[in-house]
Design a protein around this ligand. Structure first.
Ligand SMILES: Nc1ncnc2c1ncn2[C@@H]1O[C@H](COP(=O)(O)OP(=O)(O)OP(=O)(O)O)[C@@H](O)[C@H]1O
Length: 471
């Protein structure tokens, strides 16, 4: 029997484990550290995780708990007899895992357990299944990667309730689009949606912009003004860059969130306003709280539900879909002789880090369509000819070596359309060494169905054999 379910094996045991699983399908990945597990889970959605452990330290248990809580994957624990001696480990296993076995255990028993739990996960997914459409209709968002499907499901869930949502993510990742999608999917959809960039409003104006003012409240207030919050009555208010809100205004916002009333500047009359607040930031707000720049009570008020926006570099599978989507969108605006992207351009886009995320992708595609003098857009038109590797500086010699190694491996894989055998030959190393380097640097093989550039007998997934203990 083969394991085709989307399964992640995290083997925290240092010894090699014997008695291999007979066969593993394409949905299987493995790693030996929690850090690597975190990276893989950010990129792929796994139905089932198998955690192989002995006696994890308290720190490791904390990391295991965080990992399990962060993702929807259901976990099975494979432990040694020693694990039973550790009360904290037993507590975590009992509370968070869906299955538990003490090694030795037969491969068949594990396969059965994986299939049983994966079937339950599939059943649950059916309830809120997301179609494979490149543009998710309700959200007007583009992307079919598992990370985006997870985002759509989260949007769906938080849209159904009325609590504040805190959206965190780098600039240009789609925080405002997500806020709009939550509003559109909510019972407030037919009411107003207002977006305010707290960092863009001048400090002296922001109070009256948000809360409004009475006639004569200050010099120049020649008539009453209804503020943005009041004007959004019944709808959704999106406060972008909430970290830039001055401390004195944070008090007013907190009062509004607690009492659901506002006071216009120049008035002491409480006005009841029903508005749902969504907030976003690209800075670490917990750090701002620690530094005394953001009120802790307001942070907790806003942070009831959280959405973390994935950076574009973690959504490699979506880059080509997004690039083609924006290409089509701009082609409709104006006739163009350009017909699409060269294969090299698509590869370079995939290797690039995208510090400006989707906004940067939009700008590069748009500029390339104007500047391109050929039928197909080349890397130079996108300004990506020499920018494939990570563009930041190394802090140490070791890091510099690491970056150089990663870049050489990436370039060889790109030149060989991610064919590991050919890339390894070109680099003069064995395939096993190349796989090890890819794992070290978190380089994913492309999915065979994604672009037709890889797959076949040389698949990373198929080539791995995990062994379970017979001790
Ligand atoms: N998944 C997506 N599909 C299509 N377009 C997207 C997607 N995500 C973002 N965009 C587009 O990218 C641009 C930037 O998105 P948005 O303004 O929502 O990002 P942001 O995270 O709020 O940025 P900032 O932090 O700079 O305010 C917008 O033009 C938006 O329409």
């Amino acid at each position: 029997m083969a394991i085709n379910d989307r399964t992640l094996i995290v083997d925290l045991l240092e010894e090699t484990i014997e008695a291999s699983l007979p066969c593993m399908g394409g949905g299987m990945e493995s790693c030996s550290t929690l850090g690597r597990a975190w990276q893989l889970m950010k990129k792929h959605e796994f139905d089932v995780g198998v955690m192989i452990m002995d006696t994890p330290s308290l720190n490791q248990l904390h990391d295991i708990e965080t990992l399990i809580n962060e993702f929807a994957t259901r976990w099975i624990a494979l432990t040694t007899a020693n694990t039973q001696e550790s009360s904290p480990a037993c507590r975590i296993i009992a509370r968070l895992f869906f299955g538990y076995h003490v090694l030795p255990v037969t491969p068949e028993a594990i396969e059965d357990e994986i299939h049983r739990i994966a079937a339950l996960a599939r059943l649950e997914r059916r309830e809120d299944d997301i179609p494979d459409d490149p543009v998710h209709r309700e959200c007007h968002m583009v992307g079919t990667s598992s990370i985006m499907k997870r985002l759509y499901r989260t949007i769906h869930k938080v849209a159904a309730v009325d609590a504040p949502v805190f959206i965190q993510g780098e600039s240009g990742t789609g925080k405002e689009l997500t806020a709009r999608a939550i509003h559109q999917g909510s019972a407030r959809a037919h009411r107003p949606f207002s977006a305010v960039n707290c960092g863009a409003l001048p400090t002296n104006l922001i109070q009256s912009e948000l809360f409004g003012h009475e006639k004569g409240a200050f010099t120049g207030a020649s008539q009453r003004k209804i503020g943005i919050i009041e004007g959004t009555k019944g709808g959704t208010l999106f406060l972008d860059e909430i970290g830039d809100l001055p401390l004195e205004l944070q008090v007013n916002l907190l009062r509004f969130l607690e009492n659901r009333t506002i006071q216009r500047v120049g008035s002491h009359q409480d006005i009841a306003v029903d508005v749902r607040v969504l907030a976003a930031t690209h800075v670490d707000l917990e750090k701002a709280v620690e530094d005394g720049k953001f009120r802790e009570d307001l942070f907790h008020r806003l942070n009831v539900l959280q959405i973390r926006m994935p950076p574009l570099r973690d959504r490699g599978e979506d880059i080509e879909i997004l690039a083609r989507y924006f290409f089509d969108a701009f082609s409709c605006e104006k006739s163009t002789q350009v017909k699409g992207f060269t294969r090299e351009s698509l590869t370079m886009m995939r290797l690039y880090d995208w510090p400006g995320n989707i906004r940067e992708l939009i700008n590069r595609v748009r500029r390339a369509m104007v500047m391109c003098e050929h039928a197909l857009i080349r890397p130079a038109d996108l300004g990506l000819e020499r920018r494939s590797s990570r563009s930041r500086y190394a802090d140490s010699l070791e890091e510099a070596r690491d970056m150089a190694e990663r870049s050489v491996v990436m370039a060889a894989l790109a030149r060989n359309t991610f064919n590991v055998q050919h890339a390894a030959k070109e680099l003069g190393i064995s395939r096993v060494t190349l796989y090890r380097l890819m794992e070290k640097h978190g380089i994913q093989r492309r999915h065979p169905e994604g672009d037709g550039a890889s797959g076949g007998a040389d698949s990373l997934h198929a080539s791995k054999v995990i062994r379970f203990s017979g001790r």
